[in-house]
Ligand binder design. Structure first.
Ligand SMILES: [Zn+2]
Length: 425
């Protein structure tokens, strides 16, 4: 991941410029100074402009939900058995990988490179261990320095546990970890999910997030089996947890989805991941989502939902609450790649969103969900020059054209650095 820095002052023009999803400027141009957008124009560009031709320039894509540690997988794990069956396969894989932290670090780097090639400039990442933390904790051979063109990230530290030892363990982990030294990687907390985090740990983590002003992210209403476990303590999830030796005696205090929503809204920003079954998760879950839409966003991962539950997220019912909906790819354990345009296509092809609506979910709604709306998701005056250049050929409908499978990401720029590809006439 090398990076070329654009000249201090530069202008780029293309057939189409989309500064914010839904707003397309025919013959638009951008003036950049020191990696920041200072002017947005339309029509004849100043003579020094680099003309990108038949391309669409969009804000860098924001992938709201990833697990980069699985980026070395060539294809997703099988989805049979739904979420509990998939988790059993994932846990087996992780137990093997736990012996090789360098391989984990390399998978994360591969995921970052793949993201840049897909036009992604910011991600919401779930970390089960520190990412390239202080040197003393690094595996031999790994570098603690971020590549010059790494995407911006909200790194949510994942914590879980159902038994009485879970809370002291989480306290010890959080006390021992130092924040990443590079300001491009911002901290967050991820209480994993309702079936893996008992009530006392959930309350502790949300109190901490509120005190330290940290965004949070939790997998919620991801499977019908999840609601069954919470309601009655049995079903496929119980069998999974028993098999892993993770179901404690006495039984844990599990929180229903609606209660989780109220808890997540205590943080300055909360990301509800998946929500595929939220409409069925008790009568007031959607009402609570609506009530907290100034703090909560939903991150959907359509291809993962289709693999693990055989259906797409309930976009219309979630959208009716007024909550912002972000798009994520999830990790390569459940998705074929880390390309948010693939998730956009899944929604558009199913008739659930227009190309412009899907692009909004993969840019400014995702950035808001991560609490990164000041740096990412829009090209606006005073914002960093985070953009993707997508070659489309001649087109009259840039939103549809950039999602076409023939459209190619030819350059990804982060804060005025060319992180992938080239910008050339
Ligand atoms: Zn996930």
């Amino acid at each position: 991941m090398t990076a070329t820095v654009l000249p201090r002052r530069s202008i780029v023009r293309a057939r189409w410029l989309i500064p914010t999803a839904g707003t397309a400027l025919d013959g638009g141009w951008l003036r950049l100074v020191d990696g920041t957008v200072v002017e947005i124009g339309r029509g004849p560009a100043p003579r020094s402009a680099t003309d990108l031709g038949d391309a669409v320039v969009i804000p860098g894509l924001v992938n709201a939900h990833t697990h980069l540690e699985f980026s070395a997988l060539e294809r997703p794990l099988a989805g049979d058995g739904g979420l509990p069956g998939w988790i059993a396969r994932l846990v087996a894989l992780r137990r093997v990988a736990a012996d090789d932290p360098l391989a984990r670090e390399q998978a994360i780097r591969a995921g970052l490179a793949e993201s840049l090639a897909a036009g992604v400039t910011a991600l919401g990442e779930i970390a089960t261990a520190p990412h390239s933390g202080p040197d003393s904790e690094l595996p031999a051979g790994a570098s603690s320095a971020l590549p010059p063109a790494a995407p911006r990230m909200r790194v949510y530290r994942e914590l879980l546990g159902l038994g009485p030892a879970a809370l002291p363990r989480a306290r010890a982990i959080l006390a021992a970890e130092k924040p990443h030294r590079d300001p491009r990687w911002l901290p967050g907390i991820s209480p994993h999910a309702p079936y893996s985090v008992a009530g006392p740990l959930a309350h502790h983590l949300l109190a901490r997030a509120r005190r330290l002003r940290l965004p949070v992210a939790t997998h919620l209403a991801e499977s019908a089996d999840e609601a069954r476990l919470i309601a009655s303590g049995d079903g496929p999830f119980r069998a999974l947890l028993d098999g892993l030796g993770a179901w404690p005696v006495p039984a844990p205090d599990l929180l229903p989805a609606a209660e989780w929503l109220t808890l997540l809204a205590r943080a300055p920003r909360g990301l509800v991941i998946h929500a595929t079954f939220l409409a069925e998760a008790g009568p007031d879950a959607l009402d609570r989502l609506a009530r907290h839409r100034d703090r909560l966003a939903v991150a959907i991962c359509p291809r993962t939902a289709r693999l693990l539950s055989g259906r797409l997220p309930p976009l219309a019912r979630l959208g009716a609450t007024g909550v912002r909906i972000a798009l994520g790819t999830d990790g390569r354990g459940s998705a074929p790649d880390l390309d948010p345009r693939g998730e956009c296509r899944a929604l558009v092809d199913a008739g659930l969103a227009s190309p412009a609506e899907a692009l909004a979910m993969a840019t400014h709604h995702a950035a808001w969900g991560l609490g990164m709306e000041r740096s990412s998701g829009r090209l606006a005056i005073g914002h960093p020059a985070d953009l993707a250049v997508i070659a489309t050929g001649p087109t009259g409908d840039p939103h549809a054209a950039l999602l076409d499978t023939s459209a190619r990401v030819v350059a990804t720029v982060i804060g005025g650095r060319i992180a992938h590809g080239t910008l050339a006439d």
